[in-house]
Design a protein around this ligand. Structure first.
Ligand code: ATP
Length: 237
């Protein structure tokens, strides 16, 4: 739950991509706060700027102009080295495709992250968090899609990040498996207090969020607190 400390704050954030003669304006002035411990769902049409925003919040990309603060740190003009350190220390990412290394077991996929983290949990503990303690020595090809995504979530949270940023985490999964993955994300959010932002095309998922943020044409068009939260098990699509 939110305790009203902003973790991220953006002001008039823009991102444009030069493409030959033209510039694509992916973000056109985003003003946004994300609060400590909250679970936010980001909705918006294809091309509205969701991934661009998430990538900037997570330090994978930089804004063209505007302000970006992570707690007391001004990341608006951060160097690549600063962003790399920021990501390593504070941010876990989960993507639609799990990006596990095929030649490593579930446990080893997590260990490559925890080996370089400053305050990690043991890889086996991370797998237990996502309910996969029985699959530690399986290779990705021996796991279902939902299980692979749970390994990817375990990998993202094993370094004890303050923030978990998820871009279409259920996009490649059937609804039953997607709901299981959402349960894991919610459980981690509650147990560890990890500020969690989830991008989705699936409006049903918004029902489990503390707040829903909608992007339209590179701007925040709606921010809504959800007063009748549902558990993932109650969602259907
Ligand atoms: N690296 C890039 N180079 C050029 N244009 C880009 C780049 N990344 C994003 N864009 C453009 O910026 C706009 C916003 O893209 P973005 O991926 O953020 O949207 P999105 O809301 O996440 O879309 P989707 O739901 O389809 O994933 C799009 O018009 C996209 O084509």
């Amino acid at each position: 739950m939110s305790d009203n400390l902003p973790v991220f704050r953006t002001r008039n954030l823009t991102r444009s991509f030069p493409m030959g003669e033209v510039e694509i304006q992916a973000l056109r002035g985003v003003d946004l706060e994300l609060y400590q411990g909250e679970f936010v769902v980001m909705l918006g049409a294809s091309g509205s700027g969701k991934s661009t925003l998430l990538n900037i919040l997570g330090g994978l990309d930089s804004p063209s102009s505007g302000e970006l603060h992570y707690r007391d740190t001004d990341l608006s003009h951060a160097s690549d080295a600063t962003l790399t350190r920021f990501r390593r220390e504070h941010v876990g990412f989960v993507f639609q495709f799990y990006n596990l290394i095929p030649s490593l077991t579930a446990l080893e996929n997590i260990a490559i992250v925890t080996d370089i983290a400053s305050n990690p949990m043991p890889p086996a503990e991370a797998l237990a968090l996502v309910g996969l303690e029985g699959r530690m020595h399986h290779f990705p090809s021996q796991l279902s899609g939902g299980e692979q995504q749970r390994v990817a979530i375990a990998r993202a949270v094993a370094k004890n990040p303050k923030v978990l940023l998820c871009d279409e985490p259920t996009g490649a999964l059937d609804s039953k498996t997607g709901i299981r993955v959402l349960e894991v994300l919610q459980d981690i959010n509650r147990r560890l207090g990890t500020t969690t932002a989830v991008i989705t095309h699936n409006a049903a998922i918004a029902d489990m969020a503390d707040r829903i943020i909608r992007l339209t044409d590179g701007r925040v068009s709606e921010v809504r607190s959800n007063h009748s939260k549902r558990s993932p098990a109650e969602l259907s699509w």
